[in-house]
Design a protein around this ligand. Structure first.
Ligand code: ADP
Length: 507
């Protein structure tokens, strides 16, 4: 194992359950690689620790090799060996942990959704810290993400800092407070944490079930920096309605809690170079966008007879958070308004998947509606490029990346004003917003009328003012949604926290 070289920037290690494009379920995966790449460009040493899942995209990992040394880590009263793999993903050094545990924690054909997720990820969090300790790493920042790796924060302070592995400050980012990973308190003991010490109201005890522990709460309480993924969402989760039971915890730790809007990976999402597209294009050459529209219409057997027919896209996980009933409504309303609709989405919720399969079958050979109910990275790129409008009617949305990707591909967002959508989509008719920031159509009330109003205004502009529409498309494509400014913000938080810690040691 190689220890950290001396260098001027910070040494940042992400411990995460996802990283695009090798292990991605949603936005978390995009954030881990996008933020890391941007921090690396700014001169920091960034490394990432992930589980070695069987279902990773192994062809996107370069120079993958196993290290000779095994790392032993504790779980449920025993030591288990972990095989450590190293490789490069998107130019970033990654460590993959393969536990030699009889329950084959990461050999399940999927990333999450297993009955023993709490066990799988508490094991992984402990093994990741053990790897860093045994490798002699001296990171300045350990950044953990969501409940799956929130265990890192209490583990670090309770078990690792006392062993002298104490160079780091801990940053915890919660990408969605809906998922907190609570479990019966006794389950916490397996990874070596002290249940008696931690199942307390001011530590990891769940705020509504006192016999349960809450990893996200542990992440908040035990980290030096706590972030979420947009300023509006950071405010929403501090209220009783938005905090999913954690608002009081967030309010008691408000000094270290902040919302930073995610960026998007502008190399991966670039219509000028995107290899998934039929034709690459830029804001100055929108003919290419029109060709992508035709190509996708042909590919999905939609009518391409009328090029003036607006195409509405929607790419999403089909879960209640995303406003599935409003997505369904938007499909029918688009048809009534004379548009086309393409939905790319899949659902982990069986009754939602079944419902949308019903709609998909109903429109199977329809000229203007197509539902593709699966995860398909390549098709997602084509749909962003082909669509004129992009609908995101979320009930809540921590940050949301699809509105930003859509704009980069010249697809105008129609979004509900919530969370990160409220920080990135500004209504073209809203006089309170400076003209130069207005970039889409928004609605506040999450109901059918709200959707209708925004959709109809978009259709009117598209049909009646093609020149203004084109200017809007060009303006949206030129907005800077890169990670640059958000990564600078993280860098500042990291640096201040590291400086505070060093100042405390000196005094
Ligand atoms: P969330 O993290 O809640 O799923 P985000 O908007 O933050 O939502 O991120 C969604 C990401 O996942 C985007 O990159 C989007 O393109 C991608 N995505 C969602 N559903 C699909 C799908 N069915 N096929 C391909 N990509 C998808």
């Amino acid at each position: 194992l190689i220890s950290s070289p001396e260098r001027p920037g910070l040494h940042i290690i992400h411990i995460a359950a996802e990283m695009a494009p090798v292990a991605k379920v949603g936005g978390l995966g995009d954030v881990v690689s996008g933020l890391s790449k941007s921090l690396q460009k700014r001169g920091h040493l960034v490394e990432i620790v992930l589980p070695k899942y069987d279902c990773m995209e192994y062809d996107r990992i370069r120079d993958l090799r196993a290290l000779d040394v095994m790392v032993e880590s504790y779980f449920a009263g025993q030591l288990f060996k972990n095989k450590i793999w190293v490789g490069t993903v998107e130019g970033l050094p990654v460590y993959l942990i393969e536990p030699h545990h009889p329950e084959n924690f990461f050999w399940r054909g999927q990333f999450y959704g297993e009955h023993d997720d709490f066990k799988r990820f508490s094991f992984f969090s402990r093994a990741a810290l053990e790897l860093l300790l045994q490798a002699g790493k001296k990171p300045d920042i350990i950044h953990c993400h969501d409940w799956q790796t929130a265990f890192v924060a209490p583990l670090y302070w309770d078990l690792y800092a006392p062993k002298g592995f104490n160079s780091a400050r801990i940053c915890f980012t919660c990408h969605n407070f809906e998922y907190q990973g609570t479990a019966p308190a006794s389950e916490l003991a397996s990874c070596g944490l002290d249940v008696h010490q931690l199942n307390r109201p001011d530590r990891m005890q769940d705020n509504s079930a006192h016999d349960r522990v809450n990893p996200v709460k542990g992440g908040i309480v035990f980290s030096n920096i706590v972030t979420t993924v947009s300023p509006t969402y950071a405010q929403e989760v501090r209220t009783a309605e938005g905090g999913r039971g954690l608002h009081s915890t967030l309010n008691s730790h408000s000094k270290k809690f902040i919302g930073i809007l995610n960026g998007i990976d502008t190399d991966a999402w670039n219509p000028a170079t995107d290899i998934f597209l039929k034709v690459q294009y830029t804001a100055n050459d929108l003919q290419g966008k029109a060709e992508n529209k035709k190509a996708v219409q042909r590919h999905l057997q939609l009518s391409s007879a009328d090029i003036k027919k607006p195409l509405v896209g929607c790419i999403t996980r089909l879960v209640p958070q995303k406003g599935v009933h409003l997505i369904r409504h938007a499909i029918y309303r688009t048809l009534e308004l004379g548009g086309q609709f393409i939905l790319l989405g899949s659902s982990p919720v069986p009754h939602i998947q079944r419902e949308f399969e019903g709609i998909a079958n109903h429109f199977q050979n329809h000229d203007h509606i197509r539902l593709i109910l699966k995860y398909d990275e390549s098709l997602s790129h084509s749909i962003y490029a082909a669509s004129d409008m992009f609908i995101i009617p979320s009930i809540f949305e921590p940050c949301g990346l699809t509105q930003m990707i859509a704009m980069r591909y010249g697809s105008i967002p129609i979004a509900r004003k919530t969370g990160g959508l409220n920080d990135s989509v500004f209504d073209i008719d809203d006089d309170t917003i400076p003209l130069e920031f207005r970039n889409g159509f928004t609605f506040l009330t999450p109901d059918e009328q709200g959707v209708n109003n925004a959709l109809e205004r978009a259709f009117n502009l598209y049909k009646n003012n093609p020149d203004i529409w084109k200017q809007l498309v060009q303006k949206d494509m030129n907005i800077d949604f890169s990670w640059d400014s958000s990564a600078a913000h993280y860098e500042e938080l990291y640096s201040k926290s590291v400086a505070r810690a060093r100042a405390a040691i000196r005094t």
